[in-house]
Design a protein around this ligand. Sequence first.
Ligand SMILES: Cc1cc2nc3c(=O)[nH]c(=O)nc-3n(C[C@H](O)[C@H](O)[C@H](O)COP(=O)(O)OP(=O)(O)OC[C@H]3O[C@@H](n4cnc5c(N)ncnc54)[C@H](O)[C@@H]3O)c2cc1C
Length: 420
Amino acid sequence: MLAVAIIGSGMAGPVLALSLHKHSIPCVLFELRTPDSQQGGNIALAPNALRVLDHLGIYDRLRLLGYNYEELGFTNGSGMILGKLWNGSQKVYNFPALRIHRSIVKEELIRECEKKGIEIRWGKKCTGVEEEREGSAVVRFEDGETVEAQFVVGADGIHSKIRPFMFPGTDPIFSGLMGVMGTVMVQNLNSLCETHGLDLPCMIFGAKGSFAIMPASFGGNELGYFATLEAKDRGRTGWQMLEKNQAELKEMLHERFLPEKNGFPVLVKELVEKTASETLTSWPFFSVPHLHSWSSPNKRIFVIGDAAHAIPPTGGQGAAMAFEDAETLAYVLARVLASDFNANHLSDIVSKWEHHRIDRIVKVVNFTTKNGDLRKSSPHYYEQAAKEWIIWATFKFMGPEGGAHWMYAYNAESVLGALA
Ligand SMILES: Cc1cc2nc3c(=O)[nH]c(=O)nc-3n(C[C@H](O)[C@H](O)[C@H](O)COP(=O)(O)OP(=O)(O)OC[C@H]3O[C@@H](n4cnc5c(N)ncnc54)[C@H](O)[C@@H]3O)c2cc1C
């Protein structure tokens, strides 16, 4: 029987596998995709995410493959700076922030798993939990195979097949917002910086929605953007179709960001006009309803990452939370799989981990929701003015840490204190 079966090899899965490896705990990853499948887009990794990757020894490789920065400028539609957030800081947090292709992070994690001899079984679609026993759990796969392990961890993302076993009826809920992302090479842009006066990276909070512009390559040559728009739910198939419909995505951007009256800076218009269609991708913001627990009755099955708490990207913390869950859960599993562990304490130690993580997720979700509200368009002048004032006042009174210190300074090792 396996010690740990991990379902899903996205962000949380390989980080859990590598963290378990540090504790000499064997595991196998089961992933429905093939090794070459790509999931597009860039992500910004804040210090709390990078700290986990550093503990695994891969941060130093990754930082050379993306754009390292500290300040993220917040501006209004005309480019006036409302405040600057330390999205990372070498001095305060030991890490600057890193903007990087999501697929590069995944590839590096997989490479590290392979280097460590961790088995990944590709093309294995889990269809759910077969049963939970006293000392193990059994999962089944589409090809008919069943696998028994002492512990099963669902790291299988927002549409998890593991979560319904413990928490039926927890389908993801659409937030009313979506992101459209694109990329343009700097050399294709005219008079970058001279004409629009924007310091990059920046997040523009306009009256007609928000538009983040962030370099995504080490030298800053590749400029990615992330537009946040209000949208109606299209259902899972509708969203999948939209992701492939670059013409419709382009039209959405043109309608929102090109008209003169909508008042976005010249750079935004140029980026929208010069985006090669094949770089366009979309992302509807869904969240998983709040769960009070992330484990099964016998504490043999867990959910982590998006499977447990998918949150909109407006706080830039989705991957970070997945990494933290994984590293902290590895500490728990290391304790319970140790030869001197008293099985009567399993429920207690798992509850302590859950409290530690769920308390934090609640705070992160609040932070994310507030940020999401600011990214919405403002139908009236006074709403826009209030939005700009809130942003300005936040940085005026809180400084560049912007009230995010508690989030970025977190070290997953702190779970050890909570488990005591
Ligand atoms: C475009 C984009 C931009 C983002 N930007 C940011 C950002 O700036 N900062 C940030 O912190 N986060 C960001 N996120 C969010 C972040 O990527 C997610 O929160 C993170 O990937 C969650 O990791 P996960 O491992 O829980 O889930 P996933 O990464 O979704 O991985 C789940 C894995 O499970 C596999 N799987 C699913 N179902 C099954 C099954 N039935 N059987 C077997 N395998 C299965 C999937 O194929 C996938 O590989 C972004 C996400 C996207 C899409």
